[in-house]
Design a protein around this ligand. Structure first.
Ligand code: FER
Length: 291
């Protein structure tokens, strides 16, 4: 399905009356203490409810503040999400912005970033997700493999650029933990760097075979991909998406679609449009839950 790129309305860029909270979240991985940013929706503390959760990864040489900002400096996307929730356009949800860089990492080259994003699915499964979801009220009843698998339909992972590359690694490794994937301006680098174009058919087949080999079907996964027509990642992601549509019945772009694709006309490789695609995706992917 092709989804239209709709910019964030001016009135949604400014602070909402009912504001969610940006919280710094510290956890340990195998080597050190790391920090992520967490967005908690307005009313979280009083509700006792459980919430869908979305993890969003930044791009190469960027950091965990780039998607939503911080508590001191929330950005237009954070404000827009507050408005969407306040006006009942989406369900309230929890967002987590982690980083694939170790603390103080000075080598943010594409080579080193590509090496690190490949390692991230392990950190996610062993350290980040259990730490986050034992603290915050997600649909994981228990913070163990059973609890995380049983709640996979309430968990999403996405990201921009190298964060999009990360998203495809997460797809290959953690379909049992995650149902919804939001790759923005980043392709799958399983075969080689920029492999979404150079190995488009092979990549599509690998993704398709991964779904099937784990016993899942089209109904079990959702992909919301986005990029800009002038984005440096466009040729890679576009070739990959085209090949995915052609590969068989696992990725459906028409009818009962599970593969949704936004191309922002004239948009380039940076956060302003990428935050807006995410705003659009939220409105489609997370409608309010009917009482
Ligand atoms: C792409 C995916 C990721 C791409 C670039 C990147 C040029 C990331 C680059 C960087 O972090 O420098 O398809 O296309």
């Amino acid at each position: 399905m092709i989804m239209e790129y709709v910019p964030i309305p001016e009135g949604y860029r400014v602070p909402a009356a009912q504001q969610g909270r940006m919280e710094s979240f510290v956890y340990r991985n195998a080597d050190e203490e790391k920090q992520a940013w967490v967005y908690l929706p307005y009313g979280y503390d009083d509700s006792g409810d459980r919430y869908d959760i979305i993890y969003m990864m930044h791009g190469g040489s960027d950091n965990s503040t780039d998607y939503l900002g911080t508590d001191a400096e929330p950005n237009e996307l954070k404000n827009a999400i507050d408005h969407l929730i306040e006006n009942g356009e989406i369900r309230p949800l929890i967002l987590v912005m982690p980083t694939f860089y170790p603390n103080g990492c000075e080598d943010v080259s594409v080579e080193n970033s590509a090496r690190l994003v490949k390692l991230f699915p392990k950190e996610f499964e062993e350290y980040l997700m259990p730490s986050v979801e034992s603290k915050y009220r997600t649909y994981a009843d228990t913070s163990d493999a059973d609890g995380f698998r049983a709640s996979r339909t309430h968990r999403a992972f996405g990201g921009f650029s190298m964060g999009g590359v990360t998203t495809w690694y997460m797809f290959l490794e953690h379909l049992d933990l995650i149902s919804t994937f939001i790759p923005e301006s980043g392709d799958c680098w399983y075969y080689e760097r920029l492999g979404g174009r150079t190995y488009a058919e092979q990549t599509a087949k690998l993704l398709c075979d991964t779904v099937k080999s784990k016993g899942y079907t089209a109904e079990d996964i959702r992909i919301f991909a986005a990029t800009g027509s002038e984005d440096i990642a466009y040729p890679q992601l576009d070739a990959q998406i085209k090949a995915m549509k052609a590969v068989g019945d696992v990725f459906r772009a028409d009818g009962d679609a599970n593969l949704t694709y936004i191309v922002g006309e004239g948009c380039t490789h940076w956060y302003a449009p990428v935050r807006e695609y995410f705003y659009d995706i939220l409105r489609t992917a997370y409608p309010p839950v009917k009482q």
